[in-house]
Design a protein around this ligand. Structure first.
Ligand SMILES: NC(=O)c1ccc[n+]([C@@H]2O[C@H](COP(=O)([O-])OP(=O)(O)OC[C@H]3O[C@@H](n4cnc5c(N)ncnc54)[C@H](O)[C@@H]3O)[C@@H](O)[C@H]2O)c1
Ligand SMILES: [Zn+2]
Length: 398
């Protein structure tokens, strides 16, 4: 660790300065049936030296509706591991989906449970659900006592491949996505791929656009694999999806661990490729568009722009579009008709980054390109292009 502090010199008056770094561990385990008797993955994550750790469990309501056995399974698992864990109160089932981030209800209820059950910085919050639920519960847990340990069990393709392995939490406020939030790595992430089979078709598909995003940024071989598997994902092939989610999670996690900027202090945000417009489109659609669906459109906008300014071969744009269509994404939305509001997303993104705009595009597959200025007229044309190609496609399908 590179911590140091300079001695104040007499000519510096009282000024003192120093720097320090903090070590975080980041753990991800993929399994099936994490809570089944005999699966000791969850219990292996708990400390063994100080008697049972207190824990509360918060489950996404949509997940529990699809898996009504889950609350009882959590209780049975805790009973079977009573030497390691003391489950406090009943398992809480709270609203999931983007609604969980659009007000303070889930945040408040999580904080209340942490307080009511004496959850301290050495205790645990077990949270299972989609990316939105993890974001809201995680934000409350990272605020209470300035940070309580969280074990995440992501339960959607998007959260297992991306959101759940990230280090960010947050909720939406003042009409902006993720306006309030924190950086706080989880104690551990357990991806139980069996949970994925109950997802709606839209939520099943949603995580695939983040996989396409990270493949375009970092891994040409993975991009080819996604093209090859796209049709199988559409028929809900769990084996194909499992491989994709695992590879996507690996690439997202590798970026956090090795990318040199886990807490996003610099302006480049490669994993936000396609997201300046995606976040705005979600909000413009009144969250009718899911995050992953908006990301699919956002990727095409930025790829089209890159091709229009001569930095990307059109073939990459075409193959990405084909891949997303094969996966079943609808690549247009009426919000694309409102350029000027959509372009506000660029201003909001600049503000979020802290002044200087950095948009990550790609110039070839696996080769990101950061640009600091966007030609708004070209971007308007790029948006129009995505919209009109999308409209043609949907009229052909219709
Ligand atoms: N923190 C991060 O780094 C990060 C990264 C990417 C995305 N996100 C956020 O993640 C959110 C999107 O997450 P998402 O795509 O997981 O959607 P989601 O959390 O909105 O969940 C979608 C729906 O699926 C339900 N659900 C969850 N698990 C289920 C299961 N196994 N079976 C049936 N239904 C289930 C939920 O109740 C919800 O209705 C967005 O808010 C986005 O901003 C955060
Ligand atoms: Zn995203």
């Amino acid at each position: 660790m590179q911590n140091h502090m300079d001695q104040p010199r007499p000519d510096q008056g009282g000024a003192q300065a120093g720097s320090f770094s903090v070590q975080w561990d980041h753990r991800l385990i993929t399994t099936r049936d994490a809570l089944a008797p005999g699966n000791d993955i969850l219990s292996s994550l708990l400390p063994t030296d100080k008697g049972p750790s207190r824990m509360i469990a918060c489950l996404d309501q949509g997940l529990v509706e699809a898996h009504p056995e889950l609350p009882a399974q959590v209780e049975l698992w805790a009973d079977a591991n009573a030497h390691l864990v003391r489950l406090m109160g009943k398992v809480a089932t709270l609203p999931g989906g983007e609604d969980a981030k659009n007000d303070f209800n889930v945040f408040n209820e999580t904080a209340r449970l942490i307080d009511a059950h004496g959850i301290c910085r050495k205790s645990f919050v077990l949270v299972a659900g989609g990316g939105a639920f993890l974001d809201a519960v995680g934000y409350a847990a990272s605020s209470a006592h300035r940070g309580v340990r969280v074990i995440r069990m992501p339960s959607t393709t998007l959260s297992q491949g991306d959101a759940g392995v990230g280090v960010k939490n947050g909720i939406n406020a003042f009409g902006k996505k993720n306006f309030l939030g924190s950086f706080s790595p989880p104690w551990a992430v357990v991806n139980d791929t069996n949970l994925l089979s109950s997802l709606s078709d839209r939520d099943w598909r949603s995580g695939l656009s983040e996989a396409v995003k990270v493949a375009l940024l970092k891994d040409a071989a993975f991009f080819d694999e996604l093209r090859r598997l796209a049709a199988r994902t559409r028929t809900r092939d769990l084996d194909a999806m499992e491989g994709i989610v695992e590879r996507s999670a690996h690439l997202h996690m590798k970026h956090i661990i090795e990318g040199g900027d886990a807490f996003e202090r610099f302006t480049a945000r490669p994993l936000d490729f396609g997201h300046w417009s995606a976040h705005k489109l979600e909000q413009m659609s009144g969250f009718d568009l899911k995050h992953g669906e908006a990301v699919a459109i956002g990727l095409l906008i930025d790829l089209t722009y890159a091709a229009m300014i001569g930095r990307l071969d059109e073939s990459v744009l075409k193959s990405t579009r084909c891949c997303l269509l094969d996966m079943g994404f609808t690549l247009q939305h009426e919000a694309l008709g409102n350029h000027e509001v959509l372009l506000e997303g660029l201003r909001e993104f600049r503000e979020h980054l802290g002044g200087q705009l950095t948009i990550t595009l790609v110039e070839e597959i696996g080769k990101p390109l950061d640009v600091h200025e966007i030609d708004l007229n070209v971007m308007r044309r790029a948006i129009d292009d995505v919209r009109s190609v999308g409209l043609n496609e949907s009229s052909r399908v219709g």
